[in-house]
Design a protein around this ligand. Structure first.
Ligand code: NI
Length: 172
């Protein structure tokens, strides 16, 4: 297992913060073809190769509203996802494949119902509680360019920025 920028799993490279693509807004998927189905399989492969529970298309440089989640033995394809309903609040630790080795507490709804299309364009509703809700919402945020560190105080966020810069050798 490697945690640098090597291309493993689905042939996709996971972009690391502060890559500017991660802050961009993704566009709706309008074409449901074989290329889309292949891309979704590649996303799953990249996510599994990095032991992730979710991965969004912008994290591999594709600004389309596509994400995958796999948790508790269930796999979800989220294409053009939207929130239908949400309840409660939870506070818990969260990480992101674009921030290797960095975790922070983020408050999110305890329960969500979302609607999303699959690779054929059919719409499904999924309910997620606890960590599943957290994973859905974290991945959906990626599609609007929102990152989990955006929920933190500027003090905590700056500390994470410094740590991320050290990890990647990047500059701000
Ligand atoms: Ni993430």
């Amino acid at each position: 297992m490697s945690d640098n920028n090597e291309v493993i799993g689905g042939g996709l490279e996971i972009l690391k913060y502060p890559n500017p693509v991660l802050k961009k807004k993704s566009e709706d998927v309008t074409v449901f073809d074989e290329e889309l189905a292949k891309f979704v399989q590649d996303l799953f492969a990249a996510m599994r190769a990095h032991d992730g529970v979710g991965l969004a298309a912008p994290q591999v440089g594709v600004l389309k509203r596509i994400a995958v989640v796999e948790y508790d033995g269930k796999s979800y394809v989220l294409i053009n996802p939207r929130i239908v309903d949400q309840k409660g609040l939870q506070d818990g630790e969260e990480g992101c494949l674009s921030f290797p080795g960095i975790y922070a507490h983020v408050t999110r709804p305890q329960w969500v119902k979302i609607a999303a299309q699959d690779v054929t364009g059919e719409t499904h509703e999924y309910e997620g509680e606890g960590y599943t809700a957290r994973a859905f919402l974290h991945e959906m945020d990626h599609l609007t360019g929102k990152l989990f560190v955006d929920y933190l105080s500027s003090l905590k966020r700056n500390a994470i920025k410094k740590k991320a810069a050290k990890n990647t050798g990047g500059h701000f």
